[in-house]
Design a protein around this ligand. Structure first.
Ligand SMILES: Nc1ncnc2c1ncn2[C@@H]1O[C@H](COP(=O)(O)OP(=O)(O)O)[C@@H](O)[C@H]1O
Ligand SMILES: [Mg+2]
Length: 310
């Protein structure tokens, strides 16, 4: 994959039929000149399926006609590219060091999904000087024309890094599995986001459940304690079933939705994507992609002139 390929070239390469297959939702969004929707996909506990969810959700959204970018913001192993069998040579660190432009580090994955590799650069991303921030923001702004949805794959847990990505996103999707530790860690994560960062709204996605009944039951347990002890509201977003097809897809370094679109989990992703496309727009203060980057990049230099124009 030629990493220096520009977004324009990527667009030209995409199948023209896809452009016609756009759902009405997207046409409406563009006509109304609405910004990019930013979702962070996060969890209290690691290994609950965030990266698989980000990759397959991106696939499903692409198939509905949305232009999707994945921001691989997990500091640990660079997962998204591994799952998709991609090998990015550069990441956001090269942009911060002034060696590459942002467009040069983007890679195009299967189905025209655009990936912004971050890995080790993530740590520096939230600790830039003001002039670095301004430069990066200018470059990031130019991406807005090319995407409809940004999915941010965060690390797990309550490190400040994970928190910043969540706080910056428009919608926080907390991934929970039926394991008791996943539920208690999700609670702990929402507690920190609520008490230290004033985040009050969460969407919960149940992963690796046997069916909708189990998903609703796990959600009920979590929401009972969360709404009772934390002053937050949590919405049930949906579920992905446990599916052995995931490990087969991993071994072939392809997305599950690429290889097994009609598998049980594949169908869950299609349903989830349709649901996400229907979520009404939230505008100010968490409404667009510029705001996402600004919140993320400027959080340490308060008060920041970047906020004064809003
Ligand atoms: N719905 C599911 N059914 C079966 N296996 C799953 C499911 N979701 C995730 N997995 C498996 O769980 C492991 C962790 O998934 P991953 O996406 O890497 O988690 P995270 O990004 O949260 O650390 C992987 O081995 C993956 O194959
Ligand atoms: Mg991961």
């Amino acid at each position: 994959m030629d990493q220096a390929m520009t977004l324009r070239q990527m667009r030209e390469q995409t199948n023209p039929e896809r452009a016609e297959a756009k759902v009405t939702f997207l046409e409406n969004r563009r006509q109304a000149d609405q910004g990019v929707k930013v979702f962070s996909i996060t969890s209290g506990k690691g290994g609950v399926g965030k990266t698989h969810i980000v990759v397959n959700l991106a696939f499903a959204l692409r198939r509905l006609g949305a232009r999707v970018m994945i921001f691989d913001a997990d500091l640990g192993l660079a997962n998204v590219d591994v799952l998709l069998g991609l090998t990015p040579q550069c990441n956001i660190q090269h942009v911060l060091d002034g060696q590459k432009s942002l467009e040069e580090i983007l890679i195009e994955g299967p189905e025209g999904i655009i990936i912004l590799p971050a890995s080790s650069g993530v740590q520096d991303l939230v600790d830039l000087s003001e002039s670095q921030q301004l430069q990066l923001l200018a470059e990031l702004d130019s991406l807005e024309r090319d995407i409809d949805i940004l999915l941010v794959d965060t690390g797990a847990g309550i490190s400040s890094n994970v928190m910043y990505f969540n706080v910056a996103a428009q919608e926080i999707i907390v991934v929970v599995t039926p394991e008791p530790t996943s539920i208690t860690d999700a609670y702990a994560l929402m507690k920190v986001l609520a008490t230290k960062y004033a985040e009050k709204h969460f969407k919960v996605l149940l992963n690796a459940v046997s069916d909708a009944v189990e998903a609703k039951e796990v959600f009920r347990r979590l929401s009972l304690v969360a709404e009772r002890f934390l002053d937050i509201s949590i919405d049930y977003l949906g579920f992905i079933v446990y599916d052995p097809a995931f490990s087969k897809a991993v071994r072939r370094q392809k997305a599950l939705l690429d290889l097994y679109p009609h598998s049980a989990a594949g169908r869950c992703f299609q349903q989830l994507a349709r649901h996400l496309m229907e979520i009404p727009e939230v505008t100010y203060p968490k409404g667009n992609i510029q705001f996402f980057w600004k919140r993320l990049l400027t959080r340490r230099s308060q008060p920041s002139p970047l906020f004064s124009d809003r």
